[in-house]
Design a protein around this ligand. Sequence first.
Ligand SMILES: Nc1ncnc2c1ncn2[C@@H]1O[C@H](COP(=O)(O)OP(=O)(O)OP(=O)(O)O)[C@@H](O)[C@H]1O
Ligand SMILES: [Mg+2]
Length: 250
Amino acid sequence: MTALLSFRNVWVEYGDKIVLERVGLDIDAGSFVSIVGPSGAGKSSFLRLVLGQEAPSRGEVLLDGQPMRAECGPDRGIVFQRYSVLPHLDARRNVLFGLECAGARVTGRLFGAARRRALEEVDAMLDAVGLLSAGGTYPAQMSGGMQQRLAIAQALITRPRILLLDEPFGALDPGIRKDMHALITRLWREYSLTVIMVTHDIGEAFALGTRVLTFDKRRHDPHAPHRYGATATYDIALERKTEVQGSDAE
Ligand SMILES: Nc1ncnc2c1ncn2[C@@H]1O[C@H](COP(=O)(O)OP(=O)(O)OP(=O)(O)O)[C@@H](O)[C@H]1O
Ligand SMILES: [Mg+2]
C-alpha cells in the first residue's frame, strides 16, 4: 500500500540555519500522528511542508506517491493554537470563509443557490463541532474552547483528508481540553481523517495518537547551534484501545 505521505531525506534550511535534516518517514492514511519535541525543533516547519506552504530545501515529500506541489490544497486543513478564526466574522461566516477560500480560485465568493447550499453545509459542520446554536456569535464573545471548535469547523468544511493541528489545545483549561480530545477523536473517525498534531503535552500525545514522533537534534555543535537540524528521533506505534473520556458524548 502506498503511504499517504512519504518524506524522503527531507531537509529544511533557512539560509545557513538547518532546521530539519534527513527526515525519512511514511504516514499511512487514517493514522493519528502526535509530534512532540523541544521549542525550535522544526515541528511547525514540518506541518508547513505537509500543508504545502513550504517546499523542502532537499529531499522530497510525496502525497499518494506523487511529488507534492508547494501549494495549499483543499485536501489539507490546519488549526493553530490561536488566531485561526477571523474576529470580524461570526461563527457561520467564519466557516463559510473556509469554503469560499478553498473555492476562491474558481468562483471567488459564493452567491445565490450555491451560497444557500454552502450555508446548509456550514450549519451541519457547526453542529458536528457542537456550535450550531452559536452561528451568529463572534469570536470575541466565545470561550477559548468554542473558538477552537470553530477553528476545527473552518478547517474541516472543505472535507480535507489531512488535518494538521499545531498545539491546538495548548491555551485551554484542562477540563475543556478533555472535551476537545473527545471531539477530535470523534471527528477523526467520522471523517476518516489523517491527523498530524503537534503538542507540548506528552500525555495528550499518547492519549490521542496512534503514533508518537519526537523531533530533536541528534547532534549539537555548541559553537554553531544552527549547523545541525532536528529529525524524528523516536517513532512509537501505539494501539488505541480506549476511548478518550470527555463530556462530548452525543
Ligand atoms: N521563515 C523562517 N526564516 C528563518 N528561520 C525560520 C523561519 N521559520 C522558522 N524558522 C526557524 O526555524 C526553527 C524551527 O522553527 P519551528 O517554528 O518549526 O519550531 P517548532 O518546533 O514549531 O517550535 P515551537 O515549539 O516553539 O513552536 C526556529 O529556530 C525558527 O526560528
Ligand atoms: Mg511551533
